[in-house]
Design a protein around this ligand. Structure first.
Ligand code: 2AM
Length: 172
């Protein structure tokens, strides 16, 4: 019984103009491209959660967004990525202090709500394609610039892709 859980995560969305630019970059053969409207940089993957539980996080997340100045982030290169056994083709973001600070403050909020910290290290990236296996394609040097102006709370449907934005907060 009980309401079904939803798979969800908190992310920085990629604005449409940059999504178009990133969508024009080549991905390795047989890569399954992410839809332009799905591009994001995940700050916190929450896994399966009850929608009511998620809603109770929202005031703290609104407070965090309102207290965080917007900033620009450099995407340094596009290439293979160590997560998921190298089966991800992603734009790598520099671990700049404003991003790492936002990530730390977000996790402070989440831990106060009882969310256990993540096992995998935070390697900031925007996934552009999923690959059937590791690739030998060489990385493509950037830079590209990601304006970090919003946080989004998104639901990831079980069949992958087509994320649904449940809530959106503007940074300061
Ligand atoms: P990925 O793109 O590197 O696979 C929706 O699936 C978002 O949550 C994606 O950004 C995905 O990262 C991320 N995600 C999925 N499972 C995760 C996990 N166990 N730990 C951290 N992030 C995860």
């Amino acid at each position: 019984g009980g309401p079904p859980g939803m798979r969800c995560f908190i992310a920085v969305p990629v604005p449409p103009a940059l999504a178009v630019t990133l969508g024009q970059q080549a991905v390795p053969d047989q890569g399954r491209r992410s839809a332009a409207t799905d591009l994001h940089l995940t700050l916190a993957f929450l896994g399966e959660r009850d929608p009511d539980w998620a809603r109770r996080l929202w005031p703290a997340l609104a407070g965090l967004a309102a207290a965080t100045p917007a900033f620009n982030l450099t995407l340094t290169e596009i290439g293979p990525f160590p997560h998921r056994e190298g089966r991800i083709w992603a734009a790598r973001a520099e671990p700049a202090p404003p991003l790492m600070g936002l990530h730390r403050n977000l996790w402070r909020c989440l831990e106060e709500s009882g969310v256990a910290g993540e096992e995998r290290a935070f390697l900031p990236h925007v996934t552009l394609a999923r690959l059937p296996g590791p690739t030998r394609a060489a990385p493509v040097p950037g830079p590209w610039h990601l304006p970090v102006t919003e946080l989004v709370f998104q639901e990831s449907p079980p069949d992958g892709g087509g994320y649904r934005t449940l809530k959106r907060w503007a940074l300061q």
